[in-house]
Design a protein around this ligand. Structure first.
Ligand SMILES: Cc1cc2nc3c(=O)[nH]c(=O)nc-3n(C[C@H](O)[C@H](O)[C@H](O)COP(=O)(O)OP(=O)(O)OC[C@H]3O[C@@H](n4cnc5c(N)ncnc54)[C@H](O)[C@@H]3O)c2cc1C
Length: 545
């Protein structure tokens, strides 16, 4: 009998731990602890990961504080039931205050990059032009940022995905082509991807070039210390400086405090907890906010979904998620006109699908039976460019945890309606038998005519039309004008001399494209300048993946 040799997947985290990386799991602390460093970085996602690597390469003593656990490919079992509680904020069930929008955000070493879907776009030129005009961000032209995007593209192997799209994505391409709507291929940050389709549960093969397997290991190799399951509770302020960071150790479940505390003292502090959590930390700390800007203008790319039933198998759970997109409905709208939207085809997995689809009981069970033949499109609505899409506001609950109040204006609802129309039309053009706009009052429609009539007649209100988000941005807007920005164009907190914010919260609007590469590129620029300032020497650049 012959046996097939098993492929051994190397696990860079386990290998690194074996070499003696400085990693402290705060859940196992027997006593409270005091740590000194040059720089404390709070959060290990897109912004925190890039920042930590730049600072550690510059020879600075860096401490990373992360409230989530350190998990690695050995833990990633392609199972939603394990992944969501372990790797996501609020077990992937974070919601806006009125519960109308479900928000996906990561909560583990690597942050949202550990669970994201690898779609990579530079910040659109018209978004940058809007920032320059309305927020005075003169250094944020496409030309000035191009070298930073190029650097991070090289670092994270962001490149064309040459494997044919899965059927879920190809239906977007085919349906749009029938209608004359242009589509294009999406670049991805992967290296040796197995085309499995389970990116959202942590990459089991380490192909995804998330912070977990790139910048964080690099920072640790260069002497950084990583503290996991430690929640940054508040910055201790003294005059115009941050004098310390008070953290709470969390237990093995990652939820309950153990009673042990950690104090970190550093020359400089970088908040990179992501939108919602970064503003919340600043609010808990009583950071100066004379113009009441912290947490305001938090954006979500409010996202609508249209499902459709096909005669053949679509199997949206298999193959690279999101490999085809269309910007037609962004490009044909002025950025500050009626809300535009980007179209993509999301990965489908049973738990996420079941909790996103409308209906309940037998009807819902029936739609689950058709899961393998179901296609889905999503539309990312570009919020933040019009006075009627001013985003949401972060608030603190009694226990200090954040909640986002995001009222959906009639202006945004109009975009919801238009996007449902667009997606239904494309799905019928691709050959759908039945289209299900994800709205509690919608039926399955068997023709474009019927769908159009119904979608135009639906009532658009919170909890009726389903709206979701995996792109949280803003809340610590960047502007050198203190009346418009929480941080300066250099990411420095207005009013506290040794504090920076480096994550998606600093965007003054949404991006109008999947945000990760915007965070990588912009944070690289900010972190390099910070490293130079703190060391008095030009900052070394990271090498390619
Ligand atoms: C399921 C999913 C799919 C996505 N797909 C894509 C995609 O395909 N393409 C794309 O461009 N974008 C995608 N995104 C979005 C993208 O990953 C995020 O925009 C980006 O990672 C945000 O970076 P960040 O640094 O702002 O925050 P994050 O990456 O979210 O990192 C913040 C980190 O800070 C930690 N933290 C927060 N508060 C504290 C605290 N008080 N103390 C200690 N630690 C704290 C968190 O646990 C987290 O690990 C996706 C996101 C999700 C969730």
């Amino acid at each position: 009998m012959t046996t097939t040799p098993r492929t051994v997947i190397s696990d860079p985290i386990q290998a690194g731990l074996a070499t003696g990386w400085k990693v402290i799991d705060a859940s196992s602390l027997q006593d409270s602890k005091h740590i000194e460093a040059d720089v404390a970085v709070i959060g290990t996602g897109a912004g925190g990961g890039v920042t930590a690597e730049f600072l550690a390469l510059a020879g600075l003593d860096v401490v990373l504080v992360e409230e989530g656990p350190l998990k690695s490919s050995k833990d990633f079992k392609m199972r939603e039931a394990q992944a969501y509680p372990a790797l996501y904020q609020e077990s992937a069930a974070r919601k806006t205050k009125d519960k109308a929008i479900n928000i996906l955000q990561g909560r583990a070493v690597g942050g949202s990059t550990t669970v994201n879907w690898t779609t990579s776009f530079r910040t659109p030129n018209n978004t940058l032009a809007y920032w320059q005009k309305n927020f005075g961000l003169k250094d944020y032209s496409p030309e000035a940022l191009a070298p930073w995007f190029a650097l991070m593209e090289q670092r994270l192997n962001i490149s064309a995905w040459l494997t044919p799209p899965n059927e879920n994505n190809d239906l977007l391409r085919r349906g749009a082509a029938k209608l004359g709507v242009p589509t294009a291929a999406i670049k991805r940050n992967v290296k040796g991807c197995w085309n499995l389709g389970y990116c959202g549960m942590g990459c089991p093969t380490n192909a995804k070039q998330s912070m977990l397997v790139t910048t964080i290991p690099s920072a640790l190799i260069h002497g950084a210390t990583l503290i996991t399951r430690a929640r940054a509770d508040r910055l201790v302020l003294q005059g115009d400086k941050v004098a310390g960071l008070a953290c709470i150790a969390l237990d093995g479940s990652g939820l309950a405090p153990t009673g042990k505390r950690l104090e970190v003292r550093a020359r400089h502090y970088v908040v990179a907890g992501g939108a919602i959590n970064s503003p919340a930390l600043l609010m808990r700390s009583g950071a100066p906010d004379p113009h009441s800007l912290i947490g305001k203008r938090t954006f979500l790319h409010p996202t609508t979904i249209s499902a459709a039933l096909f005669d053949h198998k679509v199997e949206g759970f298999s193959g690279a998620p999101q490999s085809v997109y269309s910007d037609h409905f962004l490009d044909t709208q002025p950025i500050d006109g009626a809300i535009g939207y980007k179209l993509e085809a999301p990965p489908l997995h049973p738990l996420l699908f079941a909790s996103t689809m409308h209906g309940f009981g037998e009807k819902h069970a029936e739609s689950m039976k058709q899961f393998a033949n179901t296609h889905a499109l999503l539309a990312l609505l570009r919020d933040g460019f019009h006075e009627q899409s001013g985003g949401g506001a972060v608030q603190l609950k009694d226990d200090g945890s954040p909640v986002l109040d995001y009222p959906i204006s009639s202006f945004v609802w109009d975009g919801v309606r238009r996007s449902l129309l667009t997606m239904a039309e494309i799905q019928f053009a691709a050959g759908a038998k039945i289209v299900y706009p994800v709205h509690e009052a919608a039926e399955g429609y068997t023709s474009w005519e019927a769908a159009r009539k119904a979608i135009n007649g639906l009532v658009y209100k919170p909890l009726l039309a389903r709206v979701v988000s995996a792109h949280v941005m803003g809340g610590c807007a960047m502007s050198d004008d203190v009346r418009r920005g929480v941080v300066s164009s250099k990411g420095r907190y207005h009013g506290l001399s040794n504090l920076s914010v480096h994550d998606g919260s600093i965007f003054p609007t949404s991006i109008g494209a999947n945000p990760q590469l915007s965070i990588y590129g912009i944070t690289a620029k900010l972190a390099s300048a910070l490293a130079e300032e703190l060391t008095g020497k030009p900052a070394p650049m990271p090498n390619a993946a």
